[in-house]
Design a protein around this ligand. Structure first.
Ligand code: GLU
Length: 293
């Protein structure tokens, strides 16, 4: 039955900088796919980083999308308004005994792995796996450490989380990964090690918020850049642990700069705002990113 219901798409930018051509491509593709399938197009504001995300950037973001001719079908969902939803999901994972508090700061992690050089394993994004040993400490001891040394993140004990009955996990890829992977993809969450599930300042991380929101918003097809292809392994694991529905995925090509590098929000000159101010039209933007109706 469910696969006959109109699909639900979403574009989920973070207002921590100005939108650029890469965001325009992702937003236009989601919007176009929703229109072609008589589906719904939703907007989600991923602002769990309350320090870097700012209201004026959010307003600018909405303005840029409107300028491109994109319309969304419901009030945008702002993640910072929904920390309770993520706290509930976190509590469910904690009740399974697969979450532990991790106390090492970034610089402590760097120092701990230094002697290992390049032999220290990294995740698919190139971030070193967590070297702390809290995962193996008895719960009473980590509980005591939490009261003594307040500041900590919460990490998923990947070994326990991937326990046999859940595996193998897979997803339907309707686009393609960075190496052309398509069709039914086997998830490899273990490649990510003990991912952060809640940051020190919020009851969530990107991975947790994204799966909770995709489920709450009824998203059926996640259309996003290839840079998030490998994260889907973590998302499938969390969806399974939290008994959330499984969307289909469509990872799309990334827009690159003249040197073939991924666009970055820190490069102001390629922002949609700068281009509009330089006299470019929405059609010019579409042409520049090879977006054909
Ligand atoms: N907020 C993420 C970003 O701006 C996108 C998350 C997603 O599409 O899953 O890169």
């Amino acid at each position: 039955m469910t696969d006959r219901m109109p699909p639900v798409f979403r574009f989920a930018p973070s207002p921590n900088g100005l939108l650029h051509l890469g965001h325009a491509y992702s937003a236009l593709l989601n919007f176009q796919m929703a229109q072609k399938s008589s589906g719904t197009f939703l907007l989600r504001i991923e602002d769990i980083d309350t320090e870097r995300c700012r209201p004026e950037l959010e307003a600018q973001m909405l303005h840029d999308l409107e300028w491109l001719g994109i319309e969304w079908d419901a009030e945008p969902r702002r993640q910072s308004d929904h920390f309770d939803d993520y706290a509930d999901a976190l509590a469910k994972l904690e009740a399974k005994g697969i979450i532990y508090p991790a106390f090492m700061s970034r610089s402590e992690i760097r120092r701990a792995i230094e002697p290992w050089g390049i032999s220290w394993q990294t995740d698919p994004d190139g971030v070193p796996l967590y070297p702390g040993e809290e995962r193996d400490l008895p719960l009473e001891q980590t509980a005591r450490m939490v009261t003594e040394r307040e500041r900590h993140t919460k990490r998923l004990h990947m070994g326990k989380a991937c326990a046999a009955p859940l595996l193998p996990l897979s997803w339907q890829e309707n686009g393609a990964g960075p190496d052309g992977e398509t069709g039914v993809i086997t998830a490899r969450p273990e490649a990510w090690g003990d991912v952060v599930i809640a940051r020190s300042d919020t009851p969530t991380s990107y991975h947790l918020a994204v799966v909770v929101d995709d489920a709450l918003q009824g998203v059926t097809t996640v259309v996003r850049g290839q840079d998030l292809f490998h994260s889907t392994s973590v998302h499938r694991l969390l969806q399974t642990l939290l008994e959330l529905p499984e969307p289909a995925y469509h990872h799309h090509r990334l827009i690159t700069d003249e040197n073939g590098n991924k666009l970055s929000k820190s490069r102001g000159d390629i922002s949609l705002k700068a281009m509009r101010e330089a006299g470019k039209s929405p059609d010019d933007i579409k042409r520049m990113i090879g977006f054909h109706e």
